[in-house]
Design a protein around this ligand. Structure first.
Ligand SMILES: [Zn+2]
Ligand SMILES: [Zn+2]
Length: 144
């Protein structure tokens, strides 16, 4: 039954649900946080690395995951909400903690709209704020 749910989701996004793709989706669906290809490689040791990479690229192209370029040099990924089609309304701010080097999806914060001159065409938008996350900023301590 579980597996059905994953294969349905893949089919909905126009992806042929092979066993490996279902396995990858299953693994990333449980993640609350942003992950990198390296994280996935460590988790899914049985899957060939280039297959894993191609699967992620496919997932991204078909809007199962979105990528985050936090400037650290390696692309990060996060699972999209079920209904997300990665259109403008779904784009949200990402936060990169310079202390613990973790990236976060701030799904409730839409990115501000920028009016570009007419001759500029947007391909993708990456809105990343850098600073300290709640765990690193000692926010609770500062309140006292
Ligand atoms: Zn942090
Ligand atoms: Zn995100």
């Amino acid at each position: 039954m579980e597996t059905n749910r994953y294969s349905e989701r893949l089919e909905k996004h126009g992806i042929n649900p092979t066993a490996i793709r279902i396995l990858v989706l299953k693994s990333i669906s449980g993640k609350k946080e942003i992950f990198s290809l390296l994280d996935l490689e460590a988790e899914l040791e049985t899957i060939d690395k280039s297959t894993l990479f191609r699967t992620l690229v496919l997932f991204q192209q078909n809007k199962v995951v979105h990528s985050i370029d936090d400037g650290s040099g390696s692309l990060k990924y996060s699972v999209c909400d079920e209904e997300c089609d990665c259109t403008r309304e779904w784009l949200h701010v990402h936060f990169y903690c310079t202390k613990c080097k973790r990236a976060y999806c701030l799904r409730d914060i839409p990115i501000p709209s920028v009016d570009l001159p007419a001759e500029y065409v947007t391909d993708s938008i990456n809105y990343v704020i850098k600073g300290q996350c709640p765990g690193c900023s000692n926010f609770a301590n500062k309140l006292q």
